[in-house]
Write a protein that binds this ligand. Structure first.
Ligand code: AMP
Length: 120
């Protein structure tokens, strides 16, 4: 699937849509989710045109892959989640239920998060 340059996270990266940023560096931007599903729910996105972990892990330059992962850890530290704990999650494609076609890592925290995958 070609990258959609008008997806909502691409527009946030271009500054066309506001976000509540919590961390930013040359590789990534982290901001609060619009519809939080936990007391802390933050999204971390890479600064590059990648639809999901599938193309990012295959095609992104190693420096960006490493910088993005570092930014996820740094964001969790800045959110004060290290001691209490947190969960990271990335959806891909149909079964993953991905809605926004720009790679994003969810960071959840602020309460015990229960089982990893909800039973259907
Ligand atoms: P996913 O289902 O993994 O694609 O998750 C997409 C997430 O993006 C959802 O948790 C939405 O609440 C969130 N979201 C959508 N639009 C925005 C926005 N403009 N700012 C912040 N979060 C958003």
């Amino acid at each position: 699937m070609p990258y959609d340059t008008d997806n909502v996270f691409a527009r946030i990266l271009r500054g066309e849509i506001p976000c509540r940023a919590v961390y930013e560096d040359e590789f990534a931007l982290a901001f609060h989710d619009l519809h939080p599903q936990a007391p802390v729910h933050v999204l971390v996105i890479p600064k590059g045109p990648y639809t999901s972990l599938e193309d990012f892990s295959r095609a992104a330059p190693p420096e960006l892959q490493a910088g993005f992962l570092r930014a996820v850890g740094e964001t969790a530290r800045r959110l004060g989640l290290v001691e209490s704990g947190y969960r990271v999650l990335a959806n891909h494609g149909r079964d993953g239920g991905q809605e926004v076609p720009h790679l994003h890592i969810h960071i959840f925290g602020g309460r015990p998060l229960g089982r990893m995958v909800q039973p259907t």
